[in-house]
Every structure is written in structure tokens, then in C-alpha cells.
Design a protein around this ligand. Structure first.
Ligand SMILES: [Zn+2]
Length: 262
């Protein structure tokens, strides 16, 4: 794990890339800020989490780091030990964790539940939506509770790398590290609560007709498996939905639960 900081003193703000080794956008963003070393008004910690997985171009070495928190100093796997070390490095910080997906080109934020800091910071980020995931064992929130995860776009794309730099800049603006950084002041940022996975029957070819975050109505055909329609039983907003992103689910249902402004 690479841990660096800009500014003097004990940081209360952190940016983490490389939790998943096959998502290069966050690593590139962290490296860019460490190369450019902008003058900071508050100290900030930068982390490339799973360097071994990054080097191997794999999501993880032994197990998914984002299912291994809070981790264990003497744990059996690389990621158990790394999860513990990451908690030690940034556990008390207000943290941005940079990710990318195979399902969506624009940015959105994920939190376990909205807290005071995330209500204030999320409307200052160029994200399409905020998704509350609820408690889910092993995720970064178990070691670094004040985390906002941002999905920056398609895994490995130039746009995701560009987005990661932009959202990091905005996050550092909103947290007072780079107080002059330009940030949006959203007044209409939708908040969704994550629901159930949308199962995908075994097939050769999949299609998805729905757009992420755009409501699918009851009775609507939103996907197909080998040409057979997949129809919504009830209305939902799709999240992380794609034809081939996951092996056995299309994505997840979500319900709109509110709006943030800031
Ligand atoms: Zn990820």
C-alpha cells in the first residue's frame, strides 16, 4: 500500500484509489495529485490501496478488498491484512474512495447511509446520483465510516480517469483542502436506496433497454436474455445495470428516497 500526504500535520481528509486493482482511474488520479503537489490549506492523505493487485491488473490478489473490512493485522489473506492497514491509515478521515464499473459512463456516489458530512459533500460533486447501500458486511464503511465511494465511469476508460481527477478536485474543494477548487452546488441531486439484485437467467446473449437511474415502470420490458423479455413486476430505478457487467445479475433495483442540495 502506498500512503503519502500533502501538507503538514495529521490529515482528517483522504483520497483512496486502487481498492480494486483492475480499476486504474483512481490510481491515476492519486498519482497525478502526488506529482503536481498542489498547495493545500489542510493536510490530506493519498493512498493507492492494493498495489499488488494493481501491478497484476487484477481486481484482487486473494479476496475482494471491499468485502474484507475491517480486516485483520494477522489475517490469512493479503486483503485481510491490507484492509486492516487501510483502516489504520485513514479510518478517522473523511474519505473519497475512487472506483469504476462495467455498467455506467457517468459518475455516481455510494454511501452506506447519508451522514452529516456526506449530505454536505455529495452536492458539491459532479455525480449523477447518490446511492445508499445500507449496511453490507466487509465494505470500506466498516473501517472508514466517513467514506464516499464514487464510481467514475467505465473501467479502464480515459473518461473515467478524467472524471476521477475532477471529482477528487471537487472533493478536496468541498472539504477545504483546496478551498479555491471549483465545485458544483447541486440543488437537485437525487438519492436512491439500493434494493434487490436483478437475477439474470443463464443465456448466451443479453440486452438491457433501461437506463441506470431512469425509472422502469411495472410491466415494462427492461432487458432480454437470448431474446426472451425480462419484465418488471413493479416499478424501480435500475442501478449498476448492464448486459454483461455481472455473471448472474443484471444489476440492482433501487427506490428514490430523496434529494440533496448544497
Ligand atoms: Zn471498485
Amino acid at each position: 500500500m502506498r500512503v503519502e500526504q500533502l501538507g503538514d500535520g495529521e490529515p482528517e481528509v483522504a483520497v483512496v484509489g486502487g481498492i480494486h486493482g483492475d480499476e486504474p482511474c483512481g490510481v491515476a488520479a492519486v498519482e497525478q495529485f502526488l506529482d503536481e503537489r498542489p498547495a493545500v490549506a489542510r493536510p490530506v492523505r493519498f493512498v493507492v490501496a492494493n498495489e499488488e493487485a494493481v501491478t497484476q491488473g487484477k481486481r484482487y490478489v486473494e479476496r475482494d478488498l471491499n468485502r474484507a473490512f475491517p480486516g485483520d493485522r494477522d489475517g490469512a489473506t493479503h486483503e485481510d491484512r491490507l484492509a486492516h492497514a487501510l483502516g489504520e491509515a485513514v479510518g478517522d478521515c473523511t474519505t473519497l474512495a475512487l472506483h469504476s464499473t462495467q455498467s455506467y459512463e457517468r459518475m455516481f456516489a455510494l454511501v452506506d447511509e447519508l451522514r452529516e458530512f456526506s449530505r454536505a459533500v455529495c452536492p458539491r460533486l459532479s455525480v449523477e446520483a447518490v446511492v445508499e447501500t445500507g449496511a453490507a458486511a466487509g465494505r470500506i464503511f466498516d473501517a472508514v465510516p466517513d467514506t464516499i465511494e464514487v464510481e467514475c465511469g467505465y473501467q479502464g476508460s480515459a473518461k473515467a480517469a478524467e472524471n476521477a481527477v475532477q471529482v477528487t478536485c471537487e472533493f478536496l474543494g468541498a472539504t477545504g483542502v483546496l478551498p479555491d477548487a471549483e465545485t458544483p452546488h447541486r440543488t437537485d441531486l437525487p438519492v436512491f436506496r439500493l434494493g434487490d439484485p436483478i437475477p439474470k437467467a443463464a443465456a448466451e446473449e443479453y440486452e438491457v433497454y433501461a437506463e441506470n437511474f431512469q425509472e422502469v415502470l411495472a410491466g415494462e420490458t427492461f432487458a432480454a436474455a437470448d431474446g426472451e423479455a425480462v419484465v418488471a413486476d413493479e416499478a424501480f430505478h435500475p442501478v449498476l445495470m448492464s448486459a454483461y457487467g455481472y455473471e448472474d445479475v443484471f444489476g440492482y433495483t433501487a427506490q428514490r428516497v430523496g434529494t440533496l442540495s448544497g
